[in-house]
Write a protein that binds this ligand. Structure first.
Ligand SMILES: Cc1ncc(COP(=O)(O)O)c(C=O)c1O
Length: 395
């Protein structure tokens, strides 16, 4: 007999201001509790159709093949590379953070030759550097960039890169895991061929799905593949048969997660995508102003800063882990640590989806100020909150 010594499930309520997941809206929470139906039930099929349409509006695309892949954001990344790259193909990938590095790993696992265009962690990638890499190759199959580098807080401009991809006849692949629903992502207008995201950031859903879109011209390229896609689960030709009118069984869709995504996307339509982007922008600017008024230094390149994820340098003499632990235990606020070369050097503060709220900005600034003062950092009391409040009011 088992001894019944399990924990009673009773998770604490947290203010999620790290690099993801973000807090979810109560309506999304409720949607997950709705009764389960079969994955081929006419009711569920109608929800699938609706979810695809809502995703098209969020990605700003008319792409027919727009659906959530079962799996987290990394599944979207892996699907993008393993379907479009074959052994011997050349891929040019921008690398200025952890997720660019993960893209390189994915592309190499597909047998592609990868040309990395690197920038420092915290800087954007220059179009000239991309062009030099593209023109040095005889034929490039794919150019890939991370729109919002969650490891550094950098927003990568895409329009010029897209033009370059077209000029050199490469597919243009973009990771929008930390931008979709928080920054503008205009798939059609920006000429993005393949794009994926994740549900747990600015869409404010639990983790578990990777919204994905691809245009017809790029999808047609799959038909010309000489090798079968190595991953059965992520093979887009198979998945497209399930997410189309033929509804051919592929795998059992995570029904309640799709309810959650549907509700989260409906909330975006109700708020209006422009208003939502503006909300993220205002709250992000207020956080930036508040941190700077406290004498702290923002890490990401000026002019290329995300409003959804802010990287801030840890002041000398401050124990970064202790501050994060105290924020969590004393104020129930989660923020993130630095990764890779930025480990121990920055904190990462997320303002995504339902977590992007004026009261979160002000509470984080006052809590952080309180802890920094106690830990011996000299600052002008109240300066952070006053600067943030001013930004919130003016904007
Ligand atoms: C930019 C970016 N790409 C990809 C991923 C991977 O997503 P997941 O952790 O949901 O697999 C993340 C996760 O933080 C991310 O921030």
């Amino acid at each position: 007999m088992p001894n019944n010594q399990h924990q009673v499930l009773n998770p604490p309520i947290r203010i999620l201001m790290g690099p993801g997941p973000s807090n979810i809206h109560p309506r999304v929470q409720r949607a997950m509790l709705a009764p389960i139906v079969g994955h081929l039930d006419p009711y569920f099929i109608a929800i699938m159709e609706d979810t695809m349409e809502l995703l098209r509006s969020t990605f700003q695309t008319k792409n027919n093949l727009t659906f959530p892949i079962s799996g987290t954001g990394s599944a979207g990344m892996e699907a993008s590379f393993c379907n479009f790259l074959e052994p011997g193909d050349v891929a040019v990938i921008g690398v200025n953070g952890l997720f660019g590095e993960r893209m390189v790993d994915n592309a190499q696992r597909c047998g592609a030759k990868v040309i990395q265009v690197a920038a420092e962690w915290g800087q954007a990638i220059e179009p000239e550097a991309l062009e030099n890499a593209l023109k040095a190759q005889r034929r490039v199959k794919l150019l890939a960039l991370v729109h919002a580098e969650t490891s550094t807080g950098v927003l990568q401009p895409l329009v010029e890169a897209s033009r370059l991809a077209k000029r050199y006849e490469a597919l243009f692949l973009v990771d929008t895991v930390t931008s979709l629903g928080g920054h503008e992502v205009a798939v059609d207008d920006w000429g993005i061929d393949i794009c994926y995201s994740g549900t747990q950031k600015c869409l404010s859903c639990p983790p578990g799905l990777a919204p994905f879109t691809v245009n017809q011209a790029s999808f047609d390229i799959l038909q010309a593949r000489t090798h079968k896609v190595k991953s059965w689960y992520l093979d887009l030709s198979l998945l497209s048969n399930y997410w189309s009118s033929s509804r051919l069984y592929h795998h059992t869709a995570p029904i309640n997660m799709i309810y959650a995504l549907h509700e989260a996307l409906a909330l975006i339509v109700e708020e209006g995508i422009e208003a939502r982007i503006q909300r993220h922008l205002i709250n992000g600017s207020a956080l930036h102003a508040g941190l700077e008024a406290m004498g702290l230094t923002l890490h990401a390149q000026d002019g290329y800063r995300l409003s959804t994820l802010t990287s801030v340098r840890i002041p000398p003499g401050i124990d970064e882990l202790r501050i994060r632990q105290r924020l969590l235990s004393e104020f129930a606020i989660e923020i993130g640590a630095g990764l890779g070369p930025l480990k121990g050097k920055i904190w990462r503060i997320g303002l995504m989806g339902h977590s992007s709220r004026a009261e979160n900005v002000l509470f984080l600034l006052s809590s952080l100020e309180n802890l920094l003062l106690e830990e011996g950092y000299r600052l002008e009391p109240g300066a952070g909150v006053i600067a943030a409040a001013k930004t919130l009011r003016v904007e």
